[in-house]
Design a binder for this molecule. Structure first.
Ligand SMILES: Nc1ncnc2c1ncn2[C@@H]1O[C@H](COP(=O)(O)OP(=O)(O)OP(=O)(O)O)[C@@H](O)[C@H]1O
Ligand SMILES: [Mg+2]
Length: 324
């Protein structure tokens, strides 16, 4: 991990010198009240209310179609809300779109970069759009390429980049305007584990600099690693909100034995709760001992005894698997 920090630290020192607007910690940086987006018969976002404090990192989790991207889009004025209220930096999206977005960096879920441009050109276009002069833009682009280990690809066209490289380029683009608020819609989907860890380190550094981060992810570990607070969405609603550890301890037993490929169910001791999803079985208990005994009975090599985690919470509240 330390090895990932070093190439950035130099670049970071320059960026860190840039002034960051002091936000009043008592005023929410984002505030939503009964915020709704309706598409025909569907409330893609259904009367959600939440506040996000300056410098908080909040992860939105939720199954496909839960409304995460729709929510993000309203925040950066890509779409108009149907009803309810929303403020960002105490301003109103759409109406104050320019003012707000000057302070916001966005990584979109889909790659919307121009395929014909090369990597440097793609960033330059965006930098100029953000109002940076040529010299500043070029300096910043060089730093960002270094951070995200893209130096060797500056002349490649977007279509010639791998999926993970495009993702990194989109993170770089979101940072061009030194944003105070970062909106990251599945920032690390498709990235290899090493690059994912690199991006996590970068995001932690940005957070230490006072940046507020709102991200969506399907990686529970990402939420666990980065988020001060997690909100779980399902069918347009926020169904759970809390710190990752609080959600785990509030909603689940401490330990879980997870097993698959069982021909028959073992005898389950008292105090052990059993759940089934497809051919996977989950045995929960606050004591490790009964699960250990159960573990020994199981013939399968696919049984693992572990602490309950955020993924267990997610599955408990949003259903296990697509078929259910
Ligand atoms: N432009 C649109 N027109 C009609 N329906 C839409 C539109 N955009 C989104 N939806 C619907 O709104 C719901 C929420 O979609 P959204 O993209 O916000 O989900 P998501 O939580 O980001 O899912 P994923 O994890 O798959 O990215 C879905 O049912 C989707 O089909
Ligand atoms: Mg989405």
């Amino acid at each position: 991990m330390t090895a990932h920090f070093s190439p950035w630290s130099r670049a970071w020192a320059i960026i860190a010198g840039m002034e960051r607007l002091d936000a009043d910690p008592t005023i929410p940086l984002i505030s939503a009240n009964a915020l709704t987006k309706r598409y025909d018969e569907l409330n893609a976002v259904d009367a959600v209310s939440f506040d996000i404090a300056p410098n908080e990192c909040v992860a939105f989790l939720g199954p496909n179609g839960a409304g995460k991207t729709t929510l993000m889009r309203m925040i950066h004025s890509a779409i108009e809300k149907t009803s309810g209220s929303l403020t960002v930096f105490d301003r109103t999206p759409m109406r104050d779109r320019k003012l707000i977005n000057a302070r916001v960096g966005v990584v979109f879920q889909d790659n919307n970069l121009d395929q014909e441009l090369n990597a440097r050109e793609a960033l330059l276009v965006h930098a100029l759009y953000c109002g940076l002069d040529h010299a500043t833009a070029n300096q910043r682009i060089t730093q960002l390429f270094e951070w995200l280990a893209l130096q060797e690809k500056t002349k490649s066209t977007i279509r010639a980049l791998s999926g993970g490289m495009v993702r990194r380029l989109m993170v770089a683009r979101a940072l061009l305007n030194s944003p105070d608020l970062l909106l990251l819609d599945e920032p690390t989907t498709g990235l290899d584990p090493q690059v994912r860890h690199t991006i996590w380190s970068l995001l932690r550094q940005l957070k230490r600099q006072g940046i507020t981060i709102l991200l969506t992810t399907h990686y529970m570990e990402e939420a666990q690693q980065l988020a001060d607070r997690v909100m779980v969405m399902d069918r347009g609603n926020i169904i759970l909100s809390g710190t990752p550890n609080a959600l785990i301890s509030e909603h689940l037993e401490r330990y879980v034995l997870q097993a698959s490929g069982l021909d028959e169910l073992p005898v389950i001791n008292d105090g052990v709760r059993h759940e089934r999803a497809g051919d996977a079985h989950y045995f929960y208990s606050n004591d490790e001992a009964p699960l250990q005994r159960l573990h020994e009975q199981l013939p399968t090599q696919y049984a693992v005894l572990r602490h309950a985690n955020l993924e267990d919470v997610f599955l408990k509240f949003t259903g296990r698997g697509l078929s259910e």
